[in-house]
Design a protein around this ligand. Structure first.
Ligand SMILES: NC(=O)c1ccc[n+]([C@@H]2O[C@H](COP(=O)([O-])OP(=O)(O)OC[C@H]3O[C@@H](n4cnc5c(N)ncnc54)[C@H](O)[C@@H]3O)[C@@H](O)[C@H]2O)c1
Length: 347
């Protein structure tokens, strides 16, 4: 098996997490970084001097190189879709940071381009890879929770004005959107991964620009009806000083669970249930600095699991666990919420 050769597109904050994960996978003989590019050339230079590979002046120049098998997209969210289209046309496999794009039409164009080219297209939703999340998913899929009746998520985090000012794309409708798109997208993914697709956004009250000088929403409350008939709520903000761990809870007629960050805070089933494969830490941790107030305070474990699965999927000729098709419902729901709230392009 030859290592999969990666080009990194966008060498800002999250690219380091990809660099660290791919360095670990290089030690396992699975992958290596051979190229990087950034709109600011000094960032690509700095990245390649740390993780190896050649720095390229543009995405087009990087994509022209035949030795590159795959790209990871670590650029502003609203560039992911168009960049994935270019990568697919160049015959490169694609791993996109979350979300696939802010806008569903762009995500769908990228999925169509990848399917037409026959390349593997996956996304990052690293929270699906924690033992706690995997245990809950397996229990629900096995029927141990009975009929799911309710799925709720809360992302009550804190982002300062300085955070939004740190990149001119942050908080813009075109390239980022607001808390539901950037921070909350993990929950938009997780409630549907666990409880199935959302059929309808029943209500959506969002507050664009509240307490921050940005275009998109910093606060919102949404109610949902799932295709199964279950109901749900999403409560999200980046204004809650200094932030709580993200919470997702799912309730069924025979069992329920609550995920607090990557930890299992509650798990009950009416019938005995054992899962020897996934043994999560059940104690919610207060570790001081976390993603509630610092977007880059990630452990890196989730990304490593997510990126390893993508690489193995290509080596093994199977779809990745976070395929683009399975990352799509989060973007679809995001657009349904914005449409219901009549904000952004739906105003
Ligand atoms: N999975 C997670 O938990 C997680 C955490 C943080 C960020 N992210 C995602 O990662 C992406 C980037 O976020 P970030 O915080 O690293 O942002 P950032 O602003 O720190 O980095 C983005 C980089 O992209 C570069 N860039 C912009 N336009 C470009 C272009 N046309 N071509 C090449 N490079 C270009 C910028 O110069 C910058 O270096 C976002 O989509 C965000 O949602 C995911």
């Amino acid at each position: 098996m030859k290592p999969l050769r990666f080009g990194i597109v966008g060498c800002g904050g999250i690219a380091d997490t990809h660099g660290e994960a791919l360095t670990r996978l290089k030690a396992e003989g699975l992958a290596e970084i051979v190229a990087a590019t950034d709109a600011l050339p000094e960032r690509a230079q700095k990245f390649t001097s740390k993780y190896g590979g050649e720095a390229f002046e543009s995405l087009e120049a990087l994509l022209a190189r035949p030795e590159i098998d795959a790209v990871t997209l670590c650029t502003p969210s609203g560039l992911h879709g168009p960049m994935a289209v270019l990568a697919a046309r160049a015959g490169k496999h694609i791993l996109s940071e979350k979300p696939l794009d802010v806008w569903i039409d762009a995500a769908d164009q990228a999925i169509a381009a990848a399917e037409a080219s026959g390349v593997v297209y996956g996304g990052i939703f690293q929270e699906r890879f924690s033992p706690a999340a995997r245990k809950v998913k397996k229990a629900i899929d096995s029927g141990a929770f009975g009929e799911i009746v309710l799925a709720c998520a809360e992302t009550k985090w804190y982002r300062s004005q300085e955070y939004y000012d740190s990149g001119d794309w942050r908080g813009t409708w075109k390239l980022d959107a607001g808390v539901f798109s950037n921070q909350g997208i993990h929950s938009l993914d997780k409630v549907q991964w666990l409880a199935g697709p959302v059929a309808e956004v029943l209500s959506a009250t969002l507050c664009p620009s509240l307490h921050r000088n940005i275009e998109a929403e910093t606060l919102g409350v949404v109610t949902l009806r799932f295709e199964s008939g279950a109901l749900g709520t999403l409560t999200m903000t980046t204004l809650a000083y200094e932030g709580f761990p993200e919470r997702v809870d799912v309730s069924g007629t025979k069992g329920s669970a609550m995920l607090v960050g990557d930890h299992l805070a509650h798990f009950t089933t009416k019938e005995p249930y054992t899962d020897t494969e996934n043994t999560p830490d059940t104690a919610p941790k207060d570790t001081g600095e976390n993603t509630s107030s610092n977007p880059l305070a990630l452990t890196g474990d989730g990304h490593l699991g997510n990126i390893r699965d993508f690489v193995l999927a290509i080596h093994e000729g199977r779809p990745p666990l976070v395929s683009a098709r399975s990352a799509r419902p989060a973007v679809k729901l995001l657009n349904m919420i914005y449409e219901k709230a009549r904000v952004g392009p739906y105003a």
